[in-house]
Every structure is written in C-alpha cells, then in structure tokens.
Design a protein around this ligand. Sequence first.
Ligand code: CMP
Length: 171
Amino acid sequence: DLQQTLVLIKPDALKNSLTGYVLSQFSEFHTGLTFAGTKVVHVTRMLAEEHYAEHRGKVFFPALIEMITGHLHYPGEPDKQRVIAIVYKGPDVIRKVREICGPTNPHVARDEKPGCVRSLGTVVALKDAQGNIVGDRMDNLIHASATPEEAEREIKLWFRPDDIPPAIRAF
Ligand code: CMP
C-alpha cells in the first residue's frame, strides 16, 4: 500500500540540535522511505490551530500552540520560529514512520521503546495559577500523521501542490 505521510521536525528538536539525528533515523538507507517534499515553515498561530484542531479545548492546547509556533523555544526570535515539514512516501509509510517516532509521551517512549526518536523528548508539567498540576506539555520532537485521511488533510495544509514534483505527487 503506497502512502504518503507528513512529518514535522518541531522547534524543540531544532533547539536541541536533533535535526540531523531525526533525519538519519528516517533515512532511505535503513527505512526504504523516500522524500516527496520538504520545506522550512514559519508557523503562524492560525496554521498551528488548524493543524491541531482536534485538540482544541484540551488543557494542553494553548501550550501545544506556543510550542509548535516556536514561541516557547525561541521567544523574541521570530526568524528562528519555524519547523521543518517533510512528506515521506513509500509502502506502509504511515506505520513505519510512527514506529520510528515511538509513543507520543516521551516518558512512555523511554520506558517502552528505548532508542525511538521521542524517547529523547521531555515532558513539562502545566500548572494553574495556584500551582496545581493540570496536565502535561509533551515536547516530543516530531509530529507524524496517524492515518491516510489525516496524512492527506495535513499534507494539503502544509504543502501547496507546486511544492511536490508532479512525478512524485499523490494528491
Ligand atoms: P503530535 O504527534 O504532534 O500530535 C498531537 C500533539 O499533542 C502530540 O504530538 C503531543 O505533543 C500533544 N499531546 C497529545 N496528547 C497529549 C496529552 N494527553 N497531554 C499533553 N499533550 C498531548
């Protein structure tokens, strides 16, 4: 089943010099995955909220938006507030990419899948005004589409048709 998927290398990965490491984990040589497109994107609040629309209203949503827009890791440095967006293609690419990522929660990733990319991430407690912990912010270094429908929606959101060569494009 030939698929495409969207990967975002998030600001926490850029900040921690993990870009090369992440790319090497996905490299064609050991995964068989192929690049279909890649770009550096300045993430507006509007794009971030659209991308993460399914999480709107959750306690971690505002922190998630601050994180993906780069406001958190690069405060006051708009020129560094960006992510690297990549489309990979190949047979069963959605599952393969998520396998390399590991579990969403970096603590769970370290316990269950040492060596996966997200095992290098961090979890930061979110507190209310009284100092009570109300949830977590998961700085898990990368995003990867979960289903073929999600992949199509996300690739259309982050890439224009022209960004992907016609010979390689799926939709
Ligand atoms: P990502 O793969 O980019 O997709 C949704 C993001 O929401 C996820 O990575 C996490 O960063 C974040 N997220 C998902 N579930 C939770 C949760 N239960 N608590 C905190 N953050 C979450």
